[in-house]
Design a protein around this ligand. Structure first.
Ligand code: AMP
Length: 282
């Protein structure tokens, strides 16, 4: 695996590959890689000739009181895992390389409406940071395909929308949620969960599954279902951000006759904010 810290270095190699007609797959990450990330790399490996992964903890998508400074950075271990998973190029820029003109005056990409709800409501500016950095990374790598995890459902929906709206010639693919044995969705932030909290945090996934079962059984009182699920999570000792039954494509609140439904949830432990989601077709 070749490691690049500069845009120019990566582009030089990718240009050669592109001239040879090779298909380029791309997986953007913030590092501290787990098996969920590596499954994305393996998926990229299957349908591309060259696999590029980026590791960049993007300050632009973190709020002022969020965990940018303490976000786990595990570069050496990440390199070993990527090599083993079959990654060809790792792009690992520093802040100056990505934002040479500074953050304040950086041009931004905004995807309206869809980013105001769910995670966007409690993390103002987050998705603007995501769409901006992903656009930059797309322009740097110019991949044929980019792969994102369904774990971050709203992020995937926003990026699909951005690519469509801005005519980006990139196939946006998704990968299933990778989970721990007890069902907890893998996340770089799971290391913030305390030993005492750990057996209890599956209440988020369990609550989403309970709502899905109720809907499948014919219950369409979505807000009552959301409230019951929230009460269960609070009872387990966690703070609720949101539990919402949505239209899978638009992320609007689900309507009674929607066929594709996604139930999304976010809750706070002492030091972590955990998200999860579950999609059903009726
Ligand atoms: P992150 O490093 O958290 O920004 O995530 C990088 C990519 O990995 C994103 O597309 C995420 O959706 C994806 N990802 C993170 N956790 C998981 C997981 N448990 N299962 C599948 N994909 C994931």
């Amino acid at each position: 695996m070749k490691v690049f810290h500069t845009v120019r270095g990566l582009r030089d190699d990718l240009n050669k590959d592109r001239r040879q007609g090779l298909r380029i797959g791309f997986v953007p990450t913030m590092g501290n890689l787990h098996d969920g990330h590596l499954a994305l790399i393996k998926q990229a490996r299957e349908s591309n000739d060259v696999v590029v992964c980026s590791i960049f903890v993007n300050a632009l998508q973190f709020g002022l009181n969020e965990d940018w400074d303490k976000y786990p950075r595990t570069y050496q271990g990440d390199c070993d895992k990527l090599r083993e998973a079959g990654c060809d190029y790792l792009f690992h820029p520093d802040d100056i390389e990505m934002y040479p003109n500074g953050l304040d005056t950086q041009s931004r990409v905004i995807c309206p409406t869809m980013t105001d709800v769910l995670c966007g409501a409690s993390r103002p500016g987050h998705f603007e940071g995501v769409t901006t950095v992903v656009s930059k990374l797309f322009n740097i790598v110019q991949p044929d395909e980019a792969i994102f995890g369904i774990k971050d459902y709203q992020q995937l929906a926003v990026i699909r929308r951005m690519a469509e709206d801005l005519c980006m010639p990139i196939q946006i693919s998704s990968a299933p949620i990778h989970r721990e044995v007890d069902g907890l969705a893998m996340s770089s932030r799971n290391s913030y969960i305390t030993v005492e909290e750990r057996p209890l945090v599956t209440v988020l996934k369990d609550s989403l599954e309970w709502i899905a079962a109720e809907i499948k059984a014919g219950n369409r009182d979505f807000s009552a279902l959301e409230e019951t699920a929230k009460a269960r999570i609070i009872e387990a000792g966690f703070k609720i951000d949101y539990i919402t039954v949505c239209n899978s494509k638009t992320l609007d609140l689900a309507a009674n006759d929607d066929v594709e439904i996604t139930i999304l949830g976010a809750m706070f432990t002492e030091a972590a904010r955990l998200i999860d989601n579950l999609s059903i077709t009726l």
